[in-house]
Design a protein around this ligand. Structure first.
Ligand SMILES: Nc1ncnc2c1ncn2[C@@H]1O[C@H](COP(=O)(O)OP(=O)(O)OP(=O)(O)O)[C@@H](O)[C@H]1O
Ligand SMILES: [Mg+2]
Length: 277
């Protein structure tokens, strides 16, 4: 499998924090869908942002942090700017915070294209409209002229995806991309992401606290607890998870048609914290 990302012993400490927020995380990513799950505060977003080096004030160390042919540990901020948004990009949970509220949607989308490729404004506009259509926005001309507050959450998320796609990245990190969306829109967004992996062969990291979503959508899953990866499994093998934390998470998922006994509650063991400390 051709490897897009190769991460070994990634450690991240926020300035002033007593302990590392991420402690010794290692994984590889090919042209596949990799899920990262874990409870709030387990370090999922920190890992995602570290890959783009979007963690001002934090110290990042790693034995290996490679993306395609580049060693990310060696890159300056200036060199990172050429990669970020172009060869790897991130989709965030709430699109409303990521779009500039006082500028029209279309201008922001075509500007993304202009930033990465040399072309006329007119060509950028055409590309932007085509991409809005590709992410299933029905009346792209109208949406193009709208301001962010005029579009729905689901449309906002699709606009963000369109912006990201214009740069034609190889790696996409989606941090809770669907938690703010209702069920039908969520399925549409997942479908768009799924097509990207299948048709364009990108690598996708899907960060979520929703074990069921990740189980159904991803090829492989990393389970994080307190800044560490406690287990890496094929999505289809989750039932065979061995780590007690993963087992606890699985047992805490309600199932339609399952037994109606009370759901079990996770019983955290202090020794889980020590593994890579
Ligand atoms: N900017 C920051 N400065 C200091 N500490 C931070 C910062 N961002 C996150 N942390 C800490 O790092 C740890 C991991 O946080 P992170 O946001 O990566 O968790 P998460 O798994 O993404 O959680 P959630 O599911 O709530 O998004 C937490 O203990 C958090 O308090
Ligand atoms: Mg997070």
């Amino acid at each position: 499998m051709d490897t897009l990302l190769d991460v070994s012993n990634l450690r991240i400490r926020y300035g002033g924090a007593a302990r590392e927020a991420v402690r010794g995380v290692s994984f590889t990513l090919g042209r596949e869908r990799l899920g990262i799950v874990g409870e709030s505060g387990s370090g999922k977003s920190t890992v995602g942002r570290a890959l783009l080096k979007l963690l001002p004030g934090a110290t990042i160390t790693a034995d290996r942090l490679r993306f395609e042919d580049v060693d990310l540990t060696l890159l300056s901020e200036r060199e990172m700017l050429k990669i970020r948004g172009r060869r790897m990009s991130m989709i965030l949970q709430d699109p409303k915070f990521s779009l500039n509220p006082i500028r029209r949607v279309g201008d922001q989308v075509s500007e993304t294209y202009l930033r990465h490729f040399r072309c006329s404004r007119r060509e950028a506009r055409e590309r932007a409209l085509a991409m809005l259509e590709a992410v299933k926005i029905r009346d792209p001309e109208r949406v193009y002229r709208q301001y962010p507050h005029e579009v729905s959450g689901g449309m906002g998320q699709r606009i963000m995806i369109a912006m990201m796609l214009l740069a034609d990245p190889d790696l996409v990190i989606a941090d809770e991309p669907t938690s703010a969306l209702d069920v039908t829109v969520r399925l549409q967004v997942l479908d768009i992401l799924d097509n990207l992996v299948r048709n364009r062969g990108i690598g996708l990291i899907m960060i979520s606290h929703d074990l069921n979503l990740v189980r159904n959508f991803c090829d492989r899953v990393l389970i994080m607890y307190a800044g560490q990866v406690v287990e890496t499994l094929k999505a289809g093998d989750l039932e065979r998870a061995e780590h007690p934390y993963t087992r606890g998470l699985l047992a805490a998922q309600p199932r339609i048609g399952g037994p109606r006994a009370p759901l079990s509650v996770l019983d955290r063991k202090p020794e889980w914290l020590e593994e890579n400390a």
